[in-house]
Design a binder for this molecule. Structure first.
Ligand code: SPV
Ligand code: MG
Length: 575
């Protein structure tokens, strides 16, 4: 259980009324257990409206009878006991802090309903909605289902009894009209609305299973008149499951105050579970299903396990992520300057390239550094690092050198190309990134043409930050869509600078994909003419193609690649 969202019943209960009093159209998402409660509670999109930062999220949680029953494998016919429902309700309340509206079905008889109101209010629930059908009700969405409505006066008495046991002014009892579901028409719905309002109900929900919103819009119009006739202000609720083309804005304009997305988390979870089970059955392993699943770490994050880990590790410096520098290849273009030494040993302003890299990494508390040497490996040296050897460096790419340090990848790692000089702030920004795979990417390519004759690892980002016609332009995650050195420079949004971070999960995904490619593929692979020479960027592209998320950390300058004679001059001057 995550304690982040924990709140007391008395703090939560009145939140729904407050939102309605503020004039907000309350957006509600269904939940059917603790985890879906966390999703409904915490889901957010961020954006900009003009210059103002906007966060959009759900305002409240719907504890649905359909999804609570279905998640227990039962039909929605009031066969799940109220105690069992209450157990789910408490499970969700324990890990959320937004107001909850409970689907009370018919509420049972008036005595049952009194207990329901009392227990829900005590738990911190903000509202219960009961429907005017006869117990045991049938779910409203299935066409051709026999639906029996309760006598309106009997239902009104149940409302009065519920209101009479309420202990605070915070709690709301909302009556749900099933006239349209039962084919009784608009007049019946309006007549019932009048009777329930006169009985003291706190709001009305009009339900419909029509594909078109016309009937509920018509009802909303008449409801406004009814309220002004009765001199009342009571919120109107809708559940746009079947008529889902209409927007919240349109519903709000029509007079609705609460919009409930009643079953979407359960339906999406079910669809995904079916897809994953079939994928595993077809492949007789789970590898192919992995991109369809959230990384275990995301679940850990959601339920607060990572907070526990952080607390457990408070005294430990978690910054000691291993760094692997593959430095085995020879760079023929710089041969005249190297005197037979590896490029990492080239002196720049009186210090070797490698020593400069080590200094930058140590400044960021990164002290576990492994260099993979190959060409002139006996000439590779530096204080306080591990040197491994890839003696077969001529027959593979830098990726194969990286995998010589496979042992260092187990708990996550950073990879740094051996010919990159960095400003210190870049590594600390990278360490702050929480995503599983993060490449550091320079956006200078968007402003300057690519340099003639230089091989560059280009990136095309998934979201191009194009000016949008929407009123709110959303802040997109930095996700890599394409990577490689054969990308047409004009289409690139960024350049990969040769620095990347992998979390434990990211490293597992990276290693598994590498091993699968090496074992099962032959010939041309991504941009490589032969899988034997496939590169780091080829492997990253393969992971993207398989559905893994690769993020990038955007930077603008602050790094230098030593690849040509003029780079050395520039670095000497710079340092
Ligand atoms: C529920 O979510 O359980 C509801 C809404 O009552 S509906 O399924 O549309 O009847
Ligand atoms: Mg229901």
């Amino acid at each position: 259980m995550t304690l982040i969202n924990n709140t007391l019943p008395e703090v939560r209960r009145g939140k729904l009324k407050s939102l309605l009093n503020e004039g907000k159209t309350v957006r509600v998402m269904e939940a059917h257990n603790g985890l879906s409660g966390i999703v409904a509670n915490d889901a957010q999109v961020e954006g900009l409206m003009g210059d103002t930062q906007v966060i959009r999220e759900f305002d409240a949680i719907w504890e649905s009878s359909l999804t609570d029953s279905a998640s227990k494998g039962h039909p929605d016919i009031e066969v799940i006991s109220f105690d069992s429902r209450l157990h789910t309700i408490n499970e969700i309340l324990a890990v959320t802090n937004k107001p909850m509206i409970v689907d009370g079905d018919t509420g049972g008889d008036a005595n049952n309903f009194e207990y329901m109101v009392s227990k829900l209010e005590r738990a911190g629930v903000s509202a219960v909605i009961i429907e005017d059908k006869v117990f045991p009700k049938r779910n409203s969405l299935e066409a051709g289902m026999q639906q029996t409505l309760q006598e309106p006066q009997v239902f009104a008495q149940k409302i009065r009894r519920g209101k009479s046991v309420q202990a605070t002014g915070d709690f709301m009892i909302i009556a749900r009209l099933e006239s349209l579901i039962a084919g009784k028409g608009l007049d019946d719905a309006l007549e019932r609305a009048r009777i329930y309002l006169e009985a003291g109900v706190d709001g009305i929900m009009i339900h419909s299973k029509s594909k078109s919103p016309d009937e509920i819009l018509q009802f909303a119009k008449s409801y406004k008149q009814l309220l002004s006739e009765l001199n009342l202000e009571k919120p109107l609720v809708c559940v746009p499951t079947t008529y889902n083309n209409i927007t919240e804005e349109e519903l709000s304009a029509a007079g609705f105050h609460i919009v409930i997305y009643a079953n979407h988390l359960l339906r999406s979870a079910y669809k995904s579970m079916m897809e994953v089970t079939k994928t595993i059955l077809l492949n007789q392993r789970s590898f192919e299903a992995d991109p369809l699943c959230a990384p275990v770490r995301d679940i850990f994050q959601a339920v607060g396990f990572l907070d526990i880990k952080e607390k457990d590790q408070q005294d430990e410096q978690s910054t000691n992520v291993p760094v692997i520098i593959p430095a085995a290849g020879e760079d023929p273009s710089l041969r005249p300057f190297l005197n037979g030494k590896p490029k990492a040993m080239m002196e720049i302003a009186g210090k070797t390239l490698l020593d400069r890299q080590i200094h930058t990494l140590n400044t960021g508390n990164l002290n576990d550094i492994t260099v993979v040497a190959g060409f002139a490996h006996d000439k590779m040296h530096a204080e306080g690092i591990t040197i491994l050897e890839n003696l077969d460096y001529k027959n593979g790419s830098m990726l194969h050198s990286l995998f010589v340090a496979r042992e260092k990848m187990n708990n996550g790692f950073i990879m740094l190309y051996s010919d990159i000089l960095l400003e210190d702030h870049i590594t600390s920004k990278l360490l702050d990134c929480k995503e599983d795979i993060v490449l550091v990417a320079d956006n200078t390519t968007q402003y300057h043409p690519a340099e003639e004759g230089k091989i560059q690892d280009f990136i095309i980002s998934k979201h191009k930050h194009k000016p949008s016609r929407r009123r709110i332009s959303f802040v997109y995650e930095n996700i890599v869509a394409k990577i490689g050195n054969k990308i047409v420079p004009e289409t690139a949004t960024h350049e990969f600078i040769g620095l990347a971070k992998f979390s434990k999960t990211g490293a597992e995904q990276f290693v598994q994909t590498y091993q699968d490619c090496v074992q099962n593929y032959q010939g041309k692979f991504q941009e490589a003419d032969d899988i034997a020479q496939f590169t780091f960027t080829d492997l990253i592209q393969e992971m993207i193609d398989r559905g893994f998320l690769v993020h990038f950390l955007e930077i603008h300058k602050g790094w230098l690649e030593i690849h040509r004679e003029e780079d050395i001059a520039l670095a000497n001057q710079f340092l």
